[in-house]
Ligand binder design. Structure first.
Ligand SMILES: NC(=O)c1ccc[n+]([C@@H]2O[C@H](COP(=O)([O-])OP(=O)(O)OC[C@H]3O[C@@H](n4cnc5c(N)ncnc54)[C@H](O)[C@@H]3O)[C@@H](O)[C@H]2O)c1
Length: 364
């Protein structure tokens, strides 16, 4: 593993917990910017901004957006762009994105497109954004019911991960973030997987080493393949099915969280890996299913037919010529990308009685 101060992703330094280094870097960029602007949501305004009281003297009035995935839209971007114009931001301004994945995705997109792109810094405040969303440069918004359909790849000047923000994060959100951490373990890091197997849910006290380990996985995949022409797609494990579920429930009165959908997506795609690749072994599939359920207990609010989800699956960004492509795993730590799966195969998944029992909310 890299030393803490060596972390960088696509050229952007990643600081984990290092308050002094953060201050130095922050002043380096803010001193040469013509103005500093901060985007947060209503919760990070209340809970996170007070931990950074020194910022009040440097930034314009915080640009506060409503909290929640349903606001990751072009309408919210318009609000942000207008606020930046009102605050007289120019091409030498810098934007700080203080929040979870919604703020870093949307704030990064707004900054990357404002006047054709201005500098920005990410300060992720949820576990999910710390170990995933704020890293790698993918920014964007949902469009109609489609997840992350409009966006850019653009890098922040640096990312600062400060675990004390997690103290105010609701338990469901903390569990939500475990999904991406478990995904990193499943696609690359058996040692992290074994640790997560050994620790009871909710018992993690020191986040720093776990964040380092999980972030290292993301760094490795992104640095090797910035524009996702190859193995970076392994990071999509659980996401093809997960995004379809997320899009489906986003339109209902009972939306599910991103990490919850990815956790369910990983259960489905683990068993799909078994069907398509012959591996992982059933016993491994059972262990992975148990681990995911223990760390991320999800109540699926309604039963869904596979045929209903197919509408969303067929719009997945990885599909080519109508064939859905999955990132699967051959075993823990061994991802396999670009696996074409026919719709009939997905439906057949539920003919296996064990799988049907594990996924009682999914109907043929
Ligand atoms: N760009 C990427 O590579 C990437 C990767 C994974 C996920 N994502 C995106 O990330 C988003 C999900 O991110 P998320 O789970 O962080 O959701 P989120 O940004 O909606 O945050 C979850 C909730 O926690 C609140 N919150 C944030 N920090 C807090 C804190 N410290 N204390 C108290 N409350 C706090 C927020 O206001 C919100 O209500 C999705 O839109 C997903 O598509 C992007």
């Amino acid at each position: 593993m890299n030393k803490n101060d060596d972390f960088s992703i696509a050229g952007a330094p990643v600081l984990i917990d290092q308050w002094d280094a953060f201050l130095r870097k922050f002043h380096e960029f803010s001193n040469r910017a013509s103005s500093v602007h901060l985007i947060c949501d209503e919760n990070t305004y209340l809970h996170c901004l007070p931990l950074l009281s020194f910022l009040r003297e440097v930034i314009n009035s915080p640009i506060v957006i409503p909290a929640g995935e349903q606001y990751k839209t072009l309408d919210t971007c318009e609000h942000v762009w207008k606020a930046l114009i009102d605050q007289k931001a120019d091409r030498n301004s810098i934007v700080i994105n203080l929040g979870g994945g919604v703020v870093t995705d949307l704030g990064g997109f707004c900054a990357a497109t404002f006047m054709r792109g201005i500098d920005f810094i990410h300060i992720p405040t949820t576990l999910l954004a710390m170990c995933d969303a704020a890293l790698g440069g993918k920014h964007g918004v949902d469009f109609e019911e489609l997840k992350n359909y409009i966006g850019t790849i653009s890098q922040p000047k640096f990312i600062w991960i400060y675990p004390p923000f997690l103290q105010t994060l609701p338990k469901r959100q903390l569990q939500n973030g475990m999904a991406e951490m478990i995904k990193h373990a499943l696609i690359k890091d058996i040692v992290l997987y074994q640790f997560l197997e050994s620790v009871p849910s909710g018992f993690i006290k020191d986040w720093v080493p776990l964040l380092q380990q999980s972030i290292q996985v993301k760094i490795d995949f992104v640095n090797d393949d910035l524009y996702e022409h190859g193995l970076r797609a392994a990071l999509n494990f659980g996401h093809t099915f997960g995004h379809a579920l997320e899009s489906y429930f986003l339109l209902t009165d009972t939306p599910l969280l991103h990490g919850e959908c990815i956790a369910l997506g990983m259960v489905v795609e683990t068993w799909l890996s078994h069907m398509v690749l012959g591996t992982p072994e059933r016993v491994t599939c059972r262990n992975i299913t148990l681990l995911l359920r223990r760390h991320i207990p999800v109540e699926v609010p309604a039963k869904i037919r596979m045929s209903e989800l197919m509408k969303y699956l067929s719009k997945d960004k990885k599909q080519r010529a109508g064939v859905i492509r999955f990132s699967l795993i051959r075993s823990i730590g061994q991802p396999v990308i670009d696996q074409a799966v026919e719709p009939a195969m997905l439906e057949a998944l539920l003919e296996d009685p064990e799988i049907a029992l594990i996924l009682p909310w999914l109907l043929r």
